[in-house]
Design a protein around this ligand. Structure first.
Ligand SMILES: Cc1cc2nc3c(=O)[nH]c(=O)nc-3n(C[C@H](O)[C@H](O)[C@H](O)COP(=O)(O)OP(=O)(O)OC[C@H]3O[C@@H](n4cnc5c(N)ncnc54)[C@H](O)[C@@H]3O)c2cc1C
Length: 410
């Protein structure tokens, strides 16, 4: 049985950043990736906007991934492609069951870094009445078809949900010659980044309809039309607001969910707010030491730069754990008030003297928001002109060793 110090599951930007850090820290890493190339979701994101924070450049997804791949290929990092992790067991070490063209094998490792990314919510998870004809795609699938396979998903498209992938696909399909008839969002605020609303919809005259949803699908073989209705603040349908719109394609952009089945099988509880695990400031699971989680598997990030950053933290901390430099978990929960959608990490290792990076989202829109951070008796205040759930915030706090920490957003 082959043994490693760190096994990284998932070769997207989080996994690649983690592997490089592990290598820099002098430990032996293996990346396991189920696809035939490294790069994760970046491979299909041919628009630019990646790497502004990390490289001070506006790169496309494949360019961002290539920067990492070029460094990795010259390092002593093992990579298993076209290999799926199907099970993990733990005694003193972790035993990782993999399947690939050579069969089923078990690998042994002291630590595991989960960088498995996330997947899209599907049509089965949002209930729409009517038939189930062809022509209904998740935005990421439509993106894969258009950018990797070179196929057009359709000519007259409706987009349901204003998530970033849907917004990016609205622009992409328009550039490829399709007509995007509109983006329909059930909430009264958009789900995607403000910059994507502007650059992907308004710059291309694609209308955005807030407080609207699709209530019925028509068509037997291929989708032919959808019924759209207005909704009130409680998402209840408004009488007499129904409208039928002809289309041949429906694209769903209704949210991403961290891919965490392997963690759940290990008995790790999933935080209902993030859909990821509960971790401390080292991104180590608070339930099973030796498991580190980073990137979109931990919570859905807006920017790939933050994804890479979390991979680096997980990689560094996994090595410290192996070298027994990481003092054992003595965690305290970070208390937050109801105005937070979530905060990551949710716990702080009390013995940690590091500066701590928090990522958080607000539950609703705030103008001139105030964040009060209580460190024992000391209060630090931070002001934000605007906070919206669609945009993640990053917060760095120093000197919190042995302190209780709570935060109030108002
Ligand atoms: C459509 C779209 C547009 C985006 N646009 C931007 C943008 O403009 N700017 C920006 O900064 N960010 C953007 N992002 C965000 C950014 O791409 C993601 O945040 C980032 O790719 C997430 O990285 P990750 O490594 O966590 O996950 P992923 O990139 O999803 O990688 C996870 C990897 O894990 C592998 N894997 C999962 N489970 C297993 C298993 N059991 N065994 C083996 N391998 C496994 C998967 O195959 C995958 O390769 C966009 C994202 C999307 C989806």
């Amino acid at each position: 049985m082959k043994e490693y110090e760190v096994i990284i599951i998932g070769g997207g930007p989080a996994g690649m950043a983690a592997a490089l850090k592990v290598n820099n820290e002098g430990c032996k890493a293996l990346i396991i990736e189920r696809e035939e190339r490294l790069g994760g979701i970046l491979k299909q994101c041919i628009h630019d906007g990646f790497g502004v924070l990390k490289f001070n450049e506006r790169l496309t997804g494949p360019e961002y991934a290539l920067k990492y791949k070029n460094i990795i290929k010259n390092k002593d990092i093992d990579i298993l492609l076209k290999t799926f992790v199907i099970e993990i067991k733990k005694d003193k070490d972790f035993h990782i069951k993999i399947i690939n063209e050579n069969g089923i094998h078990i690998l042994k490792t002291k630590t595991v870094i989960f960088s498995t990314g996330c997947r899209e919510r599907t049509s089965k998870q949002i209930f729409i009445q009517g038939e189930r004809p062809a022509g209904i795609y998740n935005a990421g699938t439509a993106q894969y078809m258009t950018n990797i396979m070179g196929f057009m998903p359709g000519k007259n498209c409706i987009i349901l949900g204003s998530g970033d992938i849907g917004l990016i696909m609205a622009r992409r399909l328009t550039l490829e010659g399709a007509k995007v008839l509109g983006v329909y969002e059930i909430k009264d605020t958009p789900s995607g980044l403000t910059r994507n609303i502007r650059q992907c919809l308004y710059d291309y005259d694609i209308p955005l309809y807030l407080s609207h949803s699709i209530t019925k699908i028509f068509g037997k073989e291929r989708i032919e039309a959808v019924e759209i209705s207005k909704v009130n603040k409680n998402y209840e349908l408004i009488e007499n607001s129904k409208k039928i719109i002809k289309c041949d394609t429906l694209i769903l952009s209704v949210g991403l969910i961290p891919e965490n089945e392997l963690l759940e099988d290990l008995g790790i509880t999933i935080d209902k707010k993030t859909n990821g695990a509960f971790v401390d400031n080292d991104f180590m699971s608070v339930e099973i030491p030796g498991i580190f989680i980073c990137g979109n598997a931990l919570h859905v990030n807006d920017l790939v730069d933050y994804v890479s950053e979390s991979g680096e933290i997980a990689g560094k901390k996994a090595c410290e754990y192996i070298k027994n430099k990481k003092t054992n978990n003595k965690n305290t929960k970070v208390d937050i008030n109801e105005n937070f959608l979530y905060i990551v990490p949710q716990y702080i290792n009390e013995n940690s003297n590091d500066e701590i990076i928090f990522y958080f989202r607000s539950k609703k829109r705030f103008e001139n928001a105030k964040l009060k951070i209580f460190l024992d008796d000391k209060i630090v205040e931070k002001n934000y002109n605007k906070l919206i759930p669609a945009e993640m915030e990053k917060l760095t706090i120093k000197n919190i060793k042995n302190k209780k920490i709570s935060m109030i957003l108002e």
